[in-house]
Design a protein around this ligand. Structure first.
Ligand code: GLU
Length: 546
């Protein structure tokens, strides 16, 4: 069979250059020894999973720690999954978490184009080369033909797939091929596998360690009927010509590794190193399962931006998932920049990484407690500008007022910082009682209305906004005593039955009346921040509601 003629007939692409040209166009990168070239290769589906951040961070760390390159390639070969604006979403969401690419789609770089759809010429050049060498062939099987083979294989408990004697088009004669072409039958290009499934090799996976890999014997599709490559083929070509040295990707690709090993071999390319990282899982009742795009809002990277998690906090949490020794490092160096931690691919979890939102929230609280009130103001404002309601955005108009609120709520300047804030959304909701527009208290007192009314009235009659904290508290105590409540906690503890309550119950009534809440930061400071008029209006409103 004239394979050159066949290659031209099957792939009539006029743009193809001689293969050496591609090697020259994309030369080995001039990097220091040990520098790794890694990449993120998402499909533009418009959805960014937390797993994308996990794998992006692993790849980014390895590249940048080793003085290498980290780039973005868009795997847009599946037209059906493509969504308008998806690449922008990828850039935007990763940028938020501080993941920086050195080159790639919509960025500069000498190894592009970084969109697979723009690389047809290279795929075609190499598919042709394989056809010329007899290592690839056209397959005219229809979906029905394939289904029949599948059924037969299932019935007879045979290994499924397109291989050996089940690869119907593998041995078509020249005449049969041209007849099919003449009849205009659609075709795909398949690899003519040289592998043998009875042969097993030991393979070193950078994450999983030593694994056994069975040789591939599947005549996998390399070019689809529209001339677009499959993931397998594009992966081999792209990672070769973009000079990737290490592929860290999801473990769902582990089962395809034998195909990739064979493809690199038949193409004459050096195999990169691989690390297959585990999926992110969660505990759901009795079971442990993958974080699901459909069921779990926290599976989406958008979720963290919408909730206003601080990117540093999420990054910190992701590092605890990525490397088992990270937490120990963090305890030792809580204030060092995260990038000083020496990330190691060998310390990635080999099975599932368990996602724990409670732990993320704890890390977030600790992170928030490191911010100054103005840093918190800026961060929350950025969140509110994008995701907040109009009323919430109005909170930021008086920076001085809000900064005082934040300083109090965060315990800035106190002995110990408060850890009430998890994320911007929750924090902005938390401070809502400082703003009349959103102050809608549900007063819940633990004493009868008459008692509360009397106490609130007594307090209003002695309230002086100029009182300092201790003078203010003396007045609270005086109101307590006048109403039979204990002010001496020792005496109260010895005989609680002698009193209706103690001074802290009085403070609670005042707190509920002023803020609608039973638990707030220091009440005197709250009243100071609210100002005399607003404090008195609130107390009076509370009295009127009784
Ligand atoms: N496009 C593939 C995915 O999104 C990339 C896998 C890889 O990193 O090679 O799963």
């Amino acid at each position: 069979m004239d394979l050159n003629k066949l290659a031209d007939a099957l792939i009539p692409d006029e743009n193809i250059k001689p293969l050496e040209e591609y090697e020259k166009l994309y030369p080995e990168r001039a990097l220091e020894k040990g520098a790794q070239v890694t990449r993120l290769a998402p499909s533009p589906t418009g959805f960014m999973h937390i797993g994308n951040l996990y794998v992006a961070l692993a790849n980014e760390r390895i590249a940048h720690q080793s003085g290498g390159v980290f780039y973005l390639r868009i795997e847009d070969t599946d037209e059906k999954r493509k969504v308008e604006g998806a690449v922008e979403v990828i850039h935007k969401s990763l940028k938020y978490f501080g993941v920086k690419f050195d080159e790639g789609a919509d960025l500069c770089g000498d190894y592009g184009p970084y969109y697979q759809r723009q690389r047809a010429e290279i795929y075609h050049a190499y598919a042709k080369e394989l056809i010329r060498k007899g290592l690839a062939y056209p397959c005219f099987c229809t979906e029905e033909d394939l289904e029949k083979t599948r059924e037969y294989q299932t019935e007879n408990k045979l290994l499924p797939g397109y291989y050996g004697e089940y690869a119907k088009c593998r041995n078509l004669s020249e005449a049969e091929i041209y007849e099919n072409l003449k009849a205009g039958k659609p075709y795909v290009i398949r690899l003519r596998s040289q592998g043998d499934v009875s042969v097993k090799h030991t393979f070193r996976d950078e994450v999983k360690g030593e694994i056994t890999v069975t040789e591939n014997n599947q005549d996998v599709v390399i070019l689809k009927s529209d001339g677009i490559p499959t993931y397998h083929f594009a992966h081999a070509i792209d990672d070769h010509f973009m000079r990737t040295t290490l592929v860290i990707r999801g473990e769902e690709w582990l089962s395809s590794l034998p195909i990739h090993i064979e493809l690199f071999k038949v193409l004459g390319f050096r195999l990169p190193k691989y690390g297959h990282n585990c999926s992110i899982q969660k505990i759901d009742g009795e079971t442990r399962r993958k974080l699901s795009k459909r069921k779990d809002p926290e599976a989406s990277l958008n979720y963290y931006r919408e909730q206003g998690y601080h990117p540093e906090a999420v990054r910190t949490y992701m590092m605890t998932l990525l490397n088992s020794n990270f937490e120990e490092w963090l305890l030792k160096f809580p204030d060092k920049p995260l990038d000083e931690f020496k990330y190691s691919i060998g310390k990635m979890g080999k099975s599932g990484a368990l996602f724990d939102i409670v732990k993320l929230n704890d890390i977030s609280k600790t992170y928030m407690a490191k911010l100054s009130e103005t840093e918190a103001y800026d961060f929350f404002k950025a969140w509110a500008d994008e995701f907040g309601s109009e009323t919430q955005r109005a909170y930021f108009a008086d920076k001085e007022y809000l900064c005082k609120v934040l300083a109090l709520c965060m315990g800035v300047g106190g002995k110990k910082r408060r850890k009430d804030f998890i994320c911007a959304k929750q924090a902005v909701e938390f401070v809502s009682y400082f703003f009349d527009e959103t102050f809608s208290p549900e007063y819940a007192y633990r004493f009868d209305n008459a008692t509360v009314k009397k106490i609130l009235n007594d307090f209003v009659s002695v309230y002086d906004h100029a009182d300092d904290c201790s003078a203010w508290f003396e007045k609270v105590k005086a109101v307590a005593s006048a109403n039979g409540f204990a002010t001496d906690m020792k005496a109260y503890k010895a005989n609680p039955e002698n009193y209706p309550g103690n001074v802290s119950d009085i403070a609670e009534m005042l707190r509920v009346a002023t803020t609608g809440l039973t638990n707030t930061p220091d009440l005197w400071t709250i009243m100071q921040i609210l100002g005399k008029d607003r404090t008195l209006v609130r107390l009076q409103t509370a009295i009127n509601a009784l």
